[in-house]
Design a protein around this ligand. Structure first.
Ligand code: ADP
Length: 272
């Protein structure tokens, strides 16, 4: 092994996922407009996600954060670039092979309540991913669901209820527990704290920190708002117009931001 390959192998050991040159262009605008030539939603993005760390992907609306999050979660195929996850190149895998990795990388949306099936109980919402993954018998699924509910502070008495009566913060906890039932390694939160009361945001941050330690999770937070996630971040990547314009250890980026966009986002977070 040459020096370059050895260095790459060491870097890969520390990193759960490494993305290189990711580019994704949508043929048409989200609302059907746009027509002809489109700018890529993300362009030539490199990203290293450290095992057990918390990476914050921040930028204004339209910067390409969600597109990058969806590519990393394998919900969207980039037209160029590489995604290596624990040494395996994922962009060339067939659909069937991807299923295993899709379970290990979970994406959580801003308001998961909206996508809840109103006919399901809280318990059934928690069990569904296990059923899709083929875990049997039902008793084992129920036990795993109840265990995860307890881990996020969902009382057992809720399991038979409809999730529609839950508050935003409670729904967010339900979504976290649901994703955890299938034991992911990487969790990508897309604006998950946005819109929640500050006290609920703080509680969710504390819960996530605790779960991260307990389950050895790696986190990516996609957000336009640095105010709460700064307490969780150890690496920050700032996006503008589909590209990463600044990245580094959170302490460095927050204390000495170099890019004007980083300064703007920090100033907005300070204003609250
Ligand atoms: P952010 O998450 O930073 O707000 P997005 O990744 O949602 O940014 O969007 C980046 C760009 O890609 C925007 O111009 C947006 O309109 C476009 N885009 C995102 N998703 C789609 C889609 N499904 N179809 C078409 N265009 C999209």
């Amino acid at each position: 092994m040459g020096a370059g390959a050895a260095a790459a192998a060491i870097a890969e050991g520390r990193h759960l996922l490494t993305a290189r040159g990711l580019t994704k262009t949508y043929a048409r605008g989200r609302f059907g407009g746009g027509g002809g030539d489109r700018l890529p939603a993300i362009r030539d993005v490199d990203l290293d996600i450290e095992s057990g760390g918390s990476l914050v992907l921040v930028g204004r609306s339209g910067a390409g954060k969600s597109t990058l999050g969806r590519c990393l979660a394998l919900l969207e195929r980039p037209e160029a670039g590489s995604i290596r996850y624990r040494g395996v190149e994922l962009t060339r895998l067939a659909r069937r092979e991807l299923a295993t990795y899709r379970r290990q990388i979970q994406l959580i949306f801003q308001d998961p309540g909206r996508s809840l099936n109103p006919r399901f109980t809280v318990g059934e919402v928690l069990e569904e991913p296990l059923a899709i993954a083929g875990l049997r018998p039902g008793a084992e699924r129920r036990a795993r669901a109840a265990e995860m509910a307890a881990n996020v502070g969902i009382p057992e008495s809720w399991l038979g209820r409809s999730p529609l009566g839950l508050s935003g913060g409670q729904r967010q906890r339900l979504a976290i527990a649901r994703a955890l039932t299938i034991r992911p390694r990487l969790m990508i939160f897309d604006e998950s704290l946005t819109g929640l009361d500050l006290s609920i945001q703080a509680q969710t941050v504390n819960l996530l920190r605790e779960l991260q330690g307990r389950f050895g999770l790696t986190f990516v937070f996609v957000t336009h708002d640095l105010s709460m996630v700064r307490h969780l971040a150890n690496v920050v990547a700032v996006m503008e117009m589909g590209e990463i314009v600044e990245r580094g250890p959170a302490a460095e980026v927050f204390d000495a931001p170099r890019h004007p966009m980083t300064r703007r986002l920090l100033a907005a977070a300070a204003r609250g």
